[in-house]
Every structure is written in structure tokens, then in C-alpha cells.
Design a protein around this ligand. Structure first.
Ligand SMILES: Cc1cc2nc3c(=O)[nH]c(=O)nc-3n(C[C@H](O)[C@H](O)[C@H](O)COP(=O)(O)OP(=O)(O)OC[C@H]3O[C@@H](n4cnc5c(N)ncnc54)[C@H](O)[C@@H]3O)c2cc1C
Length: 386
């Protein structure tokens, strides 16, 4: 088989780059994927009861970029979907991220209305304020409310999610959690939000449906040995694995999913996602029918248990945002730099970075435009000179 590019990994990064190389450079690509399916962590499939589920956790597409939305719209139609989530606080199911509706659901009317006024006056209606900013506010009442939110909504969830006290994580994690001074209950406020009409997997199939692209599943690229050694390579797997963990393993948090089908119940919970920050060992329950609007009898719920990651045992999910982990990543990154022009490292595992789906599509486009096209142009001009 003659190929120009070997792409390791059939997730968003690998599929977008394959599509761009095949259609815009008219070059031949082989994607090698070690799992038995394409789509990476955004893969969806029907469970044994016929319910469409996201096998690696709920994936909700949202972006403010018209360019990314239009690009993906070439491969799918969208079901318009605005995600809503609730959190069980003091036994009540209330909207999250914390907003003015949450305030009224948790506190007596008089207190809620006084705090609403204060928050609007201080931060302006419609704005999002990081919890750390609220905690540092000079107003004692705001500070007290922030302490309540931190303790009841944020602390337990984050501790379970990462397996450590939030103080041990980069301040960016705590800093990011927003309080929304608004009555907008939606989880995201992006301009474009939706779920691929026929599912993510079908969108990926459409994306790589091109005569220049071949897909090899169930294969670790290392099994190919030197077979494609003359091809250029795009690597979207874990960067530490590429370098045989020579500096040690990059820490990740992993997840276990326990699925429960309810044949006699058409609905299980009020919203697609319900978080349990303070009770149980799972962080959240997802009810997929509420995301996909699938018309089917019964419903499937998936309980999400964060757990430690080990390369031999389970999958890497979230890079753990700590300074020393970033420093370890940088050692691998310097090794990757030495392979510039031969291997491109792209995506959440190769860059040890949490990317949302729209961000990883944007990243793949950036690599294509700024690095691959440029590399081709330099290569061609070198050829013309010789
Ligand atoms: C629980 C969870 C929920 C999420 N929810 C959202 C959401 O709601 N909205 C959102 O925008 N983003 C969400 N994301 C982020 C989203 O999953 C990522 O943006 C996206 O998956 C990144 O794509 P990728 O191609 O970089 O990586 P991946 O999807 O991980 O693809 C990499 C692929 O490389 C393969 N691979 C690795 N090593 C090898 C090897 N040696 N040989 C062959 N193949 C290999 C892997 O099997 C994998 O298929 C979520 C992430 C998680 C973990």
C-alpha cells in the first residue's frame, strides 16, 4: 500500500487532518486506530437496549466559531440541543452552573432577592464571575454566599473528579468555575450548540469517506514497525507512550462508566445530567435520551466514577492540571520538537491538554494551515531549486 501520511488515532484530530490532507492536498492517508471504532472519545453507539449512548462520557457540541460549525456541518446535520444540568445540593435538585435561579431554589425568597441585587450591582447582570473572585470579594454577604457555593457545589465534585483537594490543582481549575449572574439555566451560552443528527460516529464516517483515506482499526501503530517509515506521520496518541515513557508517565485521571437500563421507565431524572457533588462515589448521572431525543421505550442512565489512571489498565481521560505535570510534559515536548517535519503531535493526548471538541477541530485546522501546508510549500520550493 502506498501512502503519503500515516495518522495515528481516529479521533477528532486524526479525522479532521486526514480529511484536510485528502481533499486539499490530494494525498493518500492511512489512519491507524488501536480501538475497534473511529471517533476517539467522541464515539457514540447503540447499547444492547437500542439506546444511543456516548461510550466515553456525554459529548455536547458547542462553539462560538462559525468557521468550525460550518466546517462540521459539511459532514452532519444538527439536532439543535441546549444542555441543562442539575446538581443535588442539600437534597434538592438545582440548576448548575450556579445562577440566579439556583440562588432562589436554595435560599428563602428574602435572602435570595437581597443577594441577587448585590450580585447584579457588583458584577452586572448577564456576567460570569469565577468563584475565586467571589470568595475574595470585600462584601461579607457575597463572601459568605461564595463560601457556601464553594463548599456545596464545587468542593465535593472537584475532589471526587480529581481524587485530590482542589488546592493541590492549578488555580486555573478553581478560577474557571463560573457563577452566572443571570436567569439563563443553560450549561453553555455559545452561539452554536447541537448534537450531530445521526450521531458523532456517522459524522466521522462521512468526514473520512474519501478515496484517499483508508482506516485500519484494532491496530496499535507500533505493530506496523518500520512498514511506513518513509511516510510523514501525525500522532494523536499519548506523547509519553510515543517516547516509551522515557521521562516517566504523565498523570491522567480516568473514568469508569456504569450503565443501567430502565425498561419500564421513559424518563429517569429532570435533566440530561444530574451531578452529585456531596453524596455517593459517582460524580454524575447522564440520561442519554434527553440529549439525543431518541424515541424509544425505556431509558438508559450512565453513572460516572472518576478513578486513577494506569497505562496498562484503563484509558487516559483528563490531563491533571498541576505545574509539575506540565513540566514533565515539556520534557516530552522538547523531544517532539526534534522530530519536526517528520512527526506532528496533535490533540488532547499528544499535547497533554484538555481541548473541547471545537477547540481540537480548530487546533487540527491550525496545524494543517500553518504547519503542513507550509511544510509542503517549503518542500516543493526545495525540490524546484534542486
Ligand atoms: C468524559 C469527557 C467528556 C467530554 N465532553 C465534552 C463535551 O461535552 N464537549 C466538548 O466539546 N468536548 C468534550 N470532551 C473533549 C473531547 O473528548 C475531546 O476534545 C476530543 O476527544 C479530542 O479528540 P482527539 O482526537 O484529540 O483525542 P481522542 O478522541 O482521544 O483520539 C485519540 C485516538 O488515538 C487513539 N490512539 C492512542 N494511542 C494509539 C496507538 N498507539 N495506536 C493507534 N491509535 C492510538 C485512541 O484510541 C483515540 O481513539 C470530553 C472529554 C471527556 C474525557
Amino acid at each position: 500500500m502506498n501512502i503519503d501520511w500515516l495518522i495515528v488515532g481516529a479521533g477528532f484530530s486524526g479525522c479532521v487532518l486526514a480529511e484536510q490532507i485528502a481533499t486539499r492536498l490530494d494525498e493518500k492517508v492511512l489512519i491507524v486506530e488501536k480501538r475497534d471504532h473511529l471517533g476517539g472519545n467522541a464515539y457514540d453507539c447503540y447499547d444492547e437496549n437500542g439506546v444511543l449512548v456516548h461510550l466515553y462520557g456525554p459529548h455536547l457540541f458547542h462553539t462560538n466559531s462559525k468557521k468550525i460549525w460550518d466546517y462540521l456541518s459539511k459532514f452532519t446535520e444538527w439536532k439543535i440541543y441546549h444542555h441543562h444540568a442539575q446538581s443535588v445540593i442539600d437534597g434538592k435538585s438545582v440548576p448548575v452552573p450556579f445562577n440566579l435561579n439556583t440562588l432562589y431554589r436554595l435560599f428563602p425568597q428574602g435572602y435570595a432577592s437581597r443577594m441577587e441585587e448585590k450580585l447584579i450591582e457588583q458584577f452586572g447582570f448577564g456576567n460570569k464571575v469565577p468563584i475565586l473572585k467571589l470568595l475574595e470579594d470585600s462584601d461579607g454577604d457575597i463572601q459568605q454566599l461564595a463560601e457556601y457555593i464553594y463548599k456545596k457545589v464545587f468542593y465535593g465534585y472537584t475532589t471526587k473528579q480529581w481524587g485530590m483537594d482542589p488546592k493541590e490543582l492549578d488555580a486555573s481549575v478553581t478560577g474557571r468555575v463560573p457563577i452566572h449572574i443571570s436567569r439563563d439555566d443553560r450549561y453553555f451560552q455559545d452561539k452554536y450548540q447541537g448534537i450531530p443528527m445521526q450521531g458523532y460516529t456517522q459524522m466521522f464516517r462521512n468526514m473520512i469517506n474519501h478515496p484517499n483515506i483508508k482506516l485500519l482499526l484494532n491496530t496499535d501503530y507500533k505493530e506496523l514497525g518500520d512498514y511506513f517509515k518513509n511516510s510523514k506521520k501525525i500522532y494523536t496518541g499519548p506523547i509519553d507512550a510515543y517516547f516509551d515513557y522515557s521521562f516517566g508517565e504523565l498523570p491522567y485521571r480516568s473514568l469508569e462508566f456504569h450503565s443501567v437500563h430502565h425498561p419500564d421507565q421513559d424518563t429517569f431524572q429532570p435533566t440530561a445530567q444530574v451531578n452529585y457533588p456531596n453524596d455517593y462515589d459517582f460524580t454524575r448521572i447522564t440520561e442519554y435520551k434527553k440529549i439525543t431525543s431518541q424515541k424509544i421505550k425505556g431509558t438508559t442512565t450512565v453513572f460516572e466514577y472518576p478513578c486513577p489512571y494506569s497505562p496498562q489498565k484503563n484509558d487516559p481521560y483528563y490531563p491533571i492540571p498541576k505545574k509539575e505535570n506540565h513540566e514533565l510534559f515539556q520534557k516530552y515536548q522538547s523531544e517532539a520538537q526534534k522530530l519536526k517535519g517528520q512527526v506532528w503531535f496533535v490533540g488532547r493526548l499528544a499535547e497533554y491538554k484538555y481541548y473541547n471538541m471545537d477547540q481540537v477541530v480548530a487546533r487540527a485546522h491550525h496545524v494543517f494551515e500553518k504547519e503542513i501546508v507550509q511544510y509542503k510549500q517549503n518542500g516543493s520550493s526545495r525540490k524546484r531549486l534542486t
